[in-house]
Design a protein around this ligand. Structure first.
Ligand code: IMP
Ligand code: MG
Length: 186
C-alpha cells in the first residue's frame, strides 16, 4: 500500500508482523542476558517510545524504565549534526545496567552522545537496543548489542519514527521510494 506525504511516496518496508516477531526475539535475548541484573530501559524520546513499550513487555525479568529526550533532526529529512538535550532522565544510573532504547541509529551521533553521557555516571554497563540501523550512514567506534533490522540509507517513517512529527502512529515501517534524501518536503 502506497502512502503519499508532502508529494513523497512511501511503501511498506517492514510489516507489523515482522516487527512483532523481531521484538519477541530481542526480548528473549535480553531476558537471557539480563536474568539477575534488574536493568533500566532508558527510552530515547520521542522516536523510541513505541519500540520501547513493546520491547519492555517482551521481557520476562524485573525491569525499570526511564526516559531521556534528545533531538538531532529538527524538522528536516537529514541530521543537523548536533545533539540537543531536551529532557534529562531521573533515575540513579551509578552501578546499574542501562539499556538505551532507540528507534533508529543513523549517523550514530545520538548514540555516541548518549554513551558518553551515561558512562560519566559509572553504570555497571551500557548497552544499546535499536529497532533499526542504517550501517551505510553510521560511523561508530563501539558495537550495538541489539539491532532489530539493518536497512538502507533511505528515509523511513512509522512505528515511532516521524516526518515533521507526524506518522509515528503507523504500525509498520514505511520507506521513501521516490526522490533523494536532500529534497526537503514542501
Ligand atoms: P543519528 O544521531 O543520526 O543516529 O540519528 C538518530 C535520530 O534521528 C533517530 O533517533 C531518529 O529520531 C532520527 N532519524 C534518523 N533516521 C531517520 C529516518 O529515516 N526517519 C525518521 N527519523 C530518523
Ligand atoms: Mg525524529
Amino acid at each position: 500500500m502506497h502512502l503519499t506525504v508532502d508529494k513523497m511516496t512511501f511503501d511498506v518496508l517492514i510489516s507489523r508482523q515482522q516487527i512483532e516477531q523481531r521484538v519477541r526475539e530481542l526480548g528473549e535475548q535480553i531476558t537471557r542476558d539480563y536474568r539477575d541484573k534488574n536493568p533500566i530501559l532508558m527510552i530515547v524520546l520521542n522516536g523510541g517510545f513505541i519500540f520501547g513499550s513493546d520491547l519492555m513487555r517482551a521481557l520476562d525479568i524485573p525491569v525499570e524504565v526511564d526516559f531521556i529526550k534528545i533531538s538531532s533532526y529538527g524538522d528536516q529529512l537529514t541530521s543537523t549534526g548536533e545533539v540537543k538535550m531536551k529532557k534529562d532522565y531521573d533515575c540513579l544510573v551509578g552501578g546499574r545496567h542501562i539499556i538505551v532504547v532507540e528507534d533508529i541509529v543513523d549517523s550514530g551521533l545520538s548514540v555516541s552522545f548518549l554513551k558518553n553521557k551515561f558512562e560519566l555516571q559509572q553504570p555497571a554497563s551500557v548497552a544499546f537496543a535499536t529497532l533499526l540501523h542504517k550501517p551505510d550512514n553510521s560511523r561508530l567506534d563501539f558495537g550495538l548489542e541489539y539491532v532489530g533490522f539493518e536497512i538502507g540509507p533511505e528515509f523511513v517513517i512509522g512505528y515511532g519514527l516521524d516526518y515533521k512529527q507526524n506518522w509515528r502512529n503507523l504500525p509498520a515501517i514505511y520507506v521513501r521510494v521516490d526522490g533523494r534524501e536532500s529534497e526537503h518536503g514542501a
